[in-house]
Design a protein around this ligand. Structure first.
Ligand SMILES: [Zn+2]
Length: 166
């Protein structure tokens, strides 16, 4: 699948939705990020990058590379890191080295890290699939936890109590 330049005017969530649709992903199942990366011609490697860096990405010519810290033990965090780095590549952010704080969810932030988080959240927990669930059940913290663990996405809260995907 080509990362089409016509996507560049769209927001991160819409671009993630577009990719889900184009690749025919089943939004009711955990997103297979390695499949997504492969279809986008992104090579994924697990390698220690530098102290404090959880994920990095770069594009050199036609080569697209994502590197994930192998010491990330939480599978949900690893998946979010990978989805976030795929986001940087798809959103054409150039080379990035991302630290823990770059993955914090802060709706007040409007920067490329936040855009990569929006992309990752949509890819891992497509809003369309959540709408289906919300119509059937009341949204509770238990339900969010249930969905997050079903989809291998970790859920956490920051010190101020705001919701974060980590
Ligand atoms: Zn980042």
């Amino acid at each position: 699948m080509k990362i089409n330049s016509s996507l560049s005017g769209l927001g991160p969530e819409l671009i993630a939705k577009h990719i889900i649709k184009e690749l025919g992903l089943n939004i009711r199942e955990p997103t297979d990020l390695y499949y997504v990366a492969c279809r986008l011609n992104i090579v994924v490697r697990k390698k220690k990058i530098a102290k404090g860096i959880l994920g990095a990405c770069k594009v050199v010519g036609l080569k697209r590379l994502v590197i994930i810290d192998p010491e990330i033990v939480n599978i949900g965090r690893e998946r979010f890191t990978l989805a976030h780095e795929i986001g940087h590549i798809v959103l054409r952010h150039g080379m990035r080295c991302c630290r823990k704080e770059d993955f914090f969810w802060d709706s007040k932030k409007t920067n490329i890290e936040h855009d990569a988080n929006l992309f990752a959240a949509e890819l891992l927990m497509p809003t369309d699939s959540l709408k289906d669930i919300a119509q059937q059940k009341d949204i509770t913290l238990d339900l969010i936890e249930e969905i997050a663990s079903e989809r291998n996405v970790s859920k956490g809260t920051q010190g101020d109590g705001s919701f974060v995907l980590t």
